[in-house]
Design a protein around this ligand. Structure first.
Ligand code: 5GP
Ligand code: ZN
Length: 115
């Protein structure tokens, strides 16, 4: 665990979060500031700062992250109506938390392209 990383603390159960799913590789929880009726975050349990920091050794966890995203879409009821899975990276990408995470947004019509 990386000190002072809020998402590492959520994985460890040190900060409360509304968990949706957790296994040995990934954790899924509701975003604290939801931007859509369904807005969950899917994160690797192991600290990876961003998509840019993903290495070959992370392939299984990152693959698991996307696999679980599709399953959580079913679990949260947006699989049929559709949804978006987004990874914000760096300053211009709007990344605020430097622990890799995918946003899963659904339950309303999402505009394209994002702002
Ligand atoms: P980013 O802008 O880095 O792609 O997204 C970070 C997301 O994490 C934001 O949507 C923000 O609302 C969410 N977030 C930040 N801190 C917390 C927290 O302590 N708990 C939860 N559940 N979500 C958080
Ligand atoms: Zn972390």
């Amino acid at each position: 665990m990386t000190q002072d990383c809020i998402f590492c603390k959520i994985v460890a159960g040190e900060i409360p979060a509304k968990l949706v799913y957790q296994d040995e590789q990934v954790t899924v929880f509701h975003d604290i500031d939801p931007r859509a009726p369904v807005h969950v975050l899917i994160i690797p349990n192991r600290h990876i700062a961003s998509l840019t920091a993903v290495g070959d050794e992370d392939a299984a966890a990152v693959g698991r992250l996307l696999t679980v995203a599709g399953q959580v879409a079913q679990l949260t009821g947006v699989a049929e109506t559709g949804y978006r899975v987004t990874v914000n990276v760096g300053r211009d990408g709007g990344q605020a938390v430097y622990h890799l995470h995918a946003h899963l947004l659904g339950g309303r019509r999402l505009s394209w392209p994002p702002g």
